[in-house]
Design a protein around this ligand. Structure first.
Ligand code: CMC
Length: 380
């Protein structure tokens, strides 16, 4: 029997090296490629962060302009993909659409030679939103949207295509953009690790991304923003919030949007998205009740359970106030994390070693083989 002791959920295991981000390691907080998350969120665009994560450095103005043009060119939905999207049921979950889009693009535009990673990343980052919204409008109202809104940012393009409007409130665009920056990268999160395992077998890039999307979906990971909104939505007063919390405490159920494997105190991304969610709540389309309820739940969870909100908690109210439907929340996370996944897959390939850990065996001791004609319940 193995002497090795397993760490449940790989907690605390250093599973590899990475130069992409620090998640509170060594007390230096969350940094992407050495830059503090606060600087990136408040002073950068998602496109700058995309360049940073994929190329390793912040872009110059010229490099950023080139990237924006590239994103605009890569936004075009292939005809064959449109035809497939038109056949998908409107009841599909947006995460199924995202996983399917990654898979179909992997067939239509396969990876055929080394060095295509950056182009594939930009293709998927640019295409995910338009493809999701093409399916959404077609399946709900038969409208075939024109995905090309010019050289708009990823955030503005998504919001214009969802709302089918040519003008979007700048605070809504900025909030969406900041959320993309905050969701972009988080070290060996479950989906990133899963994607790295996939490409470590020398599988193709698209297979790595479909693996990541499937892993992100679960409510213990990316699905938490959708799950948080599902319980927040019906709570219309502080007393309803109290009833909800008390009953969850009693039944020992998880409160989605709280807790983190690495951050046992504050998630550094949470105050940033909370700031934007609060700003939105003070506008004409804002939802001050949603914010009051959210803040009350946060206060009680910290005071009574010492468990802090993670990024997903205030992202839920932020997205709601951007007018985005709850089932799309985790799909937006996909658009953003595509940058981090991309950076990690490029890094994995640059120094690849098959990922193949071992388990701590807990099965039966060695047994005597019994031929089938002699087997009975007593001797198996
Ligand atoms: N609600 C209630 N209790 C909680 C929560 C929560 N959200 N999170 C942790 N706890 C409790 C947990 O039950 C355990 O209690 P006890 O010691 O009595 O068994 C204690 O806190 C320690 O938790 P843990 O299970 O050891 O923590 P973990 O590192 O395994 O889990 C987590 C981290 C994120 C899976 C967990 O906090 C959780 O399930 N949170 C809710 C889902 C969520 O919001 N996920 C998003 C994570 S951040 C963004 C992302 O990765 O996508």
């Amino acid at each position: 029997m193995s002497e090795k002791k397993a760490a449940a959920g790989l907690q605390g295991i250093v599973a590899g090296q990475s130069a992409i981000s620090t998640v509170g390691v060594g007390g230096i907080g969350l940094n992407y490629r050495g830059y503090d998350i606060n600087d990136l969120a408040y002073k950068c665009s998602f496109e700058e962060v995309t360049y940073l994560l994929l190329k390793g450095n912040l872009p110059t103005q010229q490099q950023l302009d080139e990237l924006k043009t590239f994103i605009w060119q890569k936004r075009q939905i292939p005809c064959k993909l449109k035809q497939i999207l038109e056949t998908l049921p409107k009841e599909s979950h947006p995460m199924d659409i995202m996983r399917t889009v990654a898979s179909i693009v992997g067939i239509l535009e396969p990876e055929t030679k080394p060095g295509q990673e950056y182009e594939i990343c930009i293709r998927l980052i640019s295409l995910f939103g338009p493809a999701l919204l093409y399916w959404y409008h077609y399946s709900n109202s038969g409208i075939k949207i024109n995905e090309n809104t010019g050289k708009d940012s990823i955030a503005e393009n998504f919001l214009k295509l969802y709302h089918l409007k040519s003008e979007i409130d700048p605070l809504v665009i900025r909030t969406f953009d900041v959320s993309l920056i905050l969701y972009a990268e988080h070290d060996f999160a479950a989906s990133t690790f899963a994607a790295r395992v996939t490409v470590s077998t020398l599988s193709d890039f698209y297979s790595g991304i479909t693996t990541a999307i499937g892993t992100l979906r679960g409510p213990l990971h990316g699905g938490a923003n959708e799950a948080a909104m599902q319980y927040l939505e019906p709570l219309k007063s502080i007393s309803q919030a109290d009833q909800f919390l008390n009953s969850r405490y009693q039944s020992k159920q998880l409160i989605m949007g709280f807790g983190h494997r690495v951050y046992k105190k504050e998630d550094p991304r949470s105050p940033i998205i909370k700031d934007f969610s609060l700003q939105l709540s003070k506008t004409t389309n804002g939802d001050p009740t949603l914010l009051a309820v959210s803040q009350h739940i946060e206060k009680r969870m910290i005071e009574e359970k010492k468990i802090y909100p993670n990024l997903d908690f205030y992202s839920a109210s932020a997205y709601k106030q951007c007018g985005v439907p709850t089932p799309m929340f985790t799909a937006i996370f996909v658009i953003s994390r595509m940058t981090g996944w991309g950076g990690h897959l490029i890094e994995q390939r640059s120094n690849n070693k098959l990922m193949r850990p071992v388990s701590e065996y807990t099965g039966p001791a060695k047994k005597q083989f019994v031929p089938i004609e002699m087997r009975n319940k007593a001797n198996l």
